[in-house]
Design a binder for this molecule. Structure first.
Ligand code: BG6
Length: 493
C-alpha cells in the first residue's frame, strides 16, 4: 500500500535522467493524485544552483498543454526543494538529513525513498553515504537504482557486494523501465489468461520468436556513455532479455512478486551463454544521402571505435517447452524506424490441402501504437477458394481509445512506493542475465579482429540481416503484399 509521511529524494537531480524521466514521471503521478497527499520531493546533486534554476530545469521537459496542467505544475513545484552537495562527503548528506528531519518534524513516521539517477562512478559512495547519514530512523527505506548494473558478471557482482551490507534486498528496487511498459506488463495476462495461446505456446507449434528494438536516431551526444557499453549492454542484456523472459517463463504460482521472479530466474538458468556463431554486429555509417553522420563522427566517440550500435543474436532455451526454438533478439540505433515488437512465428500447417500457405504470426507491438495482432489465413470472400492473410487485431488506440496508457516510469515509481517488487530485477535474476551475455561481451571486447558490419544511418541494419534470420528458419512472407493496417479505414485487397 502507499505510505503517507514519505519523502522522495532524487539523487543526481540536475542530470539528464532526472530531467527527462524522473521528474516528469513524478509530476504525472502527482497530477493524477497517485502520490500521498503530504509527499515532499527533494533534489540533490553536485551542481550549485538556486531554487529558481532548479525549478526551471525540472519544468524543462514537462509539457503544459492547458491552463489546468500549468497550475498543477506550479503546485508540484511547491512541494519540491533542492540541495547541492558532493557525493563523497558526510557533511552535505548530514545537511540533507537535517532538511528531511525538518519536514518530518510533526509526522508520526518518516519514510524515505531514494531515487538514484546517477552515473555508475558515484553510485557506491552515494549509497554508502545515504546509509550512514540519511537512513530513516523511524520509517521504511527504499532505494531505486538504475542501470548500468555493472558491465559484466564480475562487475555486477562487485556492485551487488558493495550494496549488500547497507541495503536489504527488499529495500532495493532495480529499474528496468521496459518492465513498466503497458504491453510488457500485459504479457503474462495474454499468455496465461488465454487458453488458445497457452496451449500452443511451445516447441510443437512455435517455430521462432523474434524480439526487435529499432530506433531511428543515433547516439547524438550520448556517445561518451554509449561507446563504453554498446548496444548489447545498453538494451539487450536488460530490456530485450526481460521481454524474452516473460515470453518464455512457466506460469507463476501467483502474481506475487517472488512467485513471478522465481519463475523468471528459472527460465534464465535454462539459457546457455550466447555463442558468437549465433551473433552478427553492426555499426552505423553515414546516411545514404550524406545528411546524417556516422557513429564515429560523434565527437565523443573514438575514431577507431569497434562499438556495436546494432546486434542480432540468437538465444536457445534448454527446457522441455522450448528446446530448439530460436529466440532472435535484434536491436539497433540509427535505423529506418522506431519500433519495439515481438513476432512469434508458428510452424507451417501440415502439408496436404494447401500448396503454399503463409504461417500464422502473432505480433505484439510494445511501442509505438500498442497492439496485438494475429496474422491468419482466411478465405477471400467470393466464389473461389482463394485464401488471404488477414488478422485478428487488438489495437489499443481503437479498442481502449479513452484510456490513458501510463508512462513506464510512472508505473514503476508508484510500484516502488507501494513496495511491490514484481516489476523490478532481483539480485539472482541480474546474475543469471549477466551469465548469459558475459562470454559474448568478453569475446567482442577482446577479439580485435571482429569489426562490426557497417550499415547506413536510416537503413534496416547490416545487409546480411535477412539471411541471418532466414538461417534460423524465419520465413518472410509478403503474401499478396500483406500489410498490417494501422488506420481505421478498411484494408484494400
Ligand atoms: C535506455 C537506453 O535504457 O532505453 C537507450 O539506454 C534507449 O539507449 C532507451 O534509447 C529506449 O527506451 P524507450 O523507452 O525509448 O524504448
Amino acid at each position: 500500500e502507499l505510505k503517507e509521511n514519505t519523502v522522495i529524494v532524487v539523487l543526481g537531480a540536475s542530470g539528464d535522467l532526472a530531467k527527462k524521466k524522473t521528474f516528469p514521471a513524478l509530476f504525472g503521478l502527482f497530477r493524477n493524485k497517485f502520490l500521498p497527499k503530504d509527499i515532499k520531493i527533494i533534489g540533490y546533486a553536485r551542481t550549485k544552483m538556486d531554487h529558481t534554476e532548479f525549478l526551471r530545469r525540472v519544468k524543462s521537459y514537462i509539457k503544459t498543454p492547458t491552463k489546468e496542467v500549468e497550475e498543477q505544475l506550479e503546485q508540484f513545484c511547491s512541494i519540491c526543494t533542492y540541495l547541492s552537495g558532493q557525493y563523497d562527503q558526510d557533511a552535505p548528506f548530514q545537511e540533507l538529513d537535517k532538511h528531511i528531519t525538518e519536514i518530518e518534524k510533526n509526522r508520526k513516521e518518516g519514510n524515505r525513498v531514494f531515487y538514484m539517477a546517477l552515473p555508475p562512478s558515484v553510485f557506491i559512495p552515494v549509497s554508502e553515504h545515504l546509509k550512514r547519514n540519511v537512513y530513516p530512523k523511524n520509517g521504511i527505506a527504499r532505494i531505486i537504482i538504475e542501470k548500468p548494473f555493472g558491465k559484466d558478471l564480475g562487475s555486477s557482482r562487485k556492485l551487488q557486494k558493495a550494496l549488500e551490507p547497507d541495503w536489504k534486498e527488499e529495500e532495493i528496487f532495480r529499474i528496468d523501465h521496459y518492465l513498466g511498459k503497458e504491453m510488457v506488463k500485459n504479457l503474462l495476462i495474454l499468455r496465461f489468461g488465454n487458453e488458445f495461446l497457452g496451449a500452443t505456446w511451445n516447441r510443437n507449434h512455435i517455430d521462432s520468436v523474434q524480439i526487435t528494438f529499432k530506433e531511428p536516431f543515433g547516439t547524438e551526444g550520448r556517445g561518451g556513455y554509449f561507446d563504453e557499453f554498446g548496444i548489447v549492454r545498453d538494451v539487450m542484456q536488460n530490456h530485450l532479455l526481460q521481454v524474452l523472459t516473460l515470453l518464455a517463463m512457466e506460469r507463476p504460482i501467483s502474481f506475487s512478486s517472488e512467485d513471478i521472479r522465481d519463475e523468471k530466474v528459472r527460465v534464465l538458468r535454462a539459457i546457455p551463454a550466447i555463442e558468437p556463431k549465433n551473433v552478427i554486429i553492426g555499426q552505423y555509417g553515414k546516411s545514404l544521402d550524406g545528411t546524417k553522420p556516422a557513429y564515429k563522427e560523434d565527437d565523443t566517440v573514438p575514431k577507431d571505435s569497434r562499438c556495436p550500435t546494432f546486434c542480432a543474436l540468437v538465444a536457445f532455451i534448454k527446457n522441455e517447452r522450448w528446446d530448439g526454438v530460436p529466440f532472435i533478439l535484434k536491436a539497433g540505433k540509427a535505423l529506418n524506424e522506431q519500433k519495439t515488437e515481438i513476432r512469434v512465428q508458428f510452424k507451417d500447417v501440415t502439408s496436404g490441402i494447401f500448396k503454399d500457405i503463409p504461417r500464422n504470426e502473432l505480433v505484439i507491438r510494445i511501442q509505438p501504437n500498442e497492439s496485438v495482432y494475429l496474422k491468419m489465413n482466411s478465405k477471400l470472400p467470393g466464389l473461389s477458394m482463394q485464401t488471404v492473410v488477414t488478422e485478428l487485431d487488438l489495437t489499443y488506440r481503437r479498442r481502449f481509445s479513452d484510456l490513458k496508457i501510463p508512462e513506464a516510469y510512472e508505473s514503476l515509481i508508484l510500484d516502488a512506493m507501494k513496495g511491490d517488487h514484481s516489476n523490478f530485477v532481483r539480485d539472482d535474476e541480474l546474475d543469471a542475465s549477466w551469465r548469459i551475455f558475459t562470454p559474448l561481451l568478453h569475446y567482442l571486447d577482446e577479439k580485435k579482429d571482429i569489426v562490426p558490419m557497417e550499415y547506413p544511418y536510416g537503413s534496416r541494419g547490416p545487409a546480411v540481416l535477412d539471411d541471418f534470420t532466414a538461417s534460423y528458419g524465419y520465413k518472410f512472407s509478403d503474401a499478396a503484399g500483406y500489410q498490417w493496417n494501422t488506420q481505421s479505414t478498411p484494408n484494400k485487397l
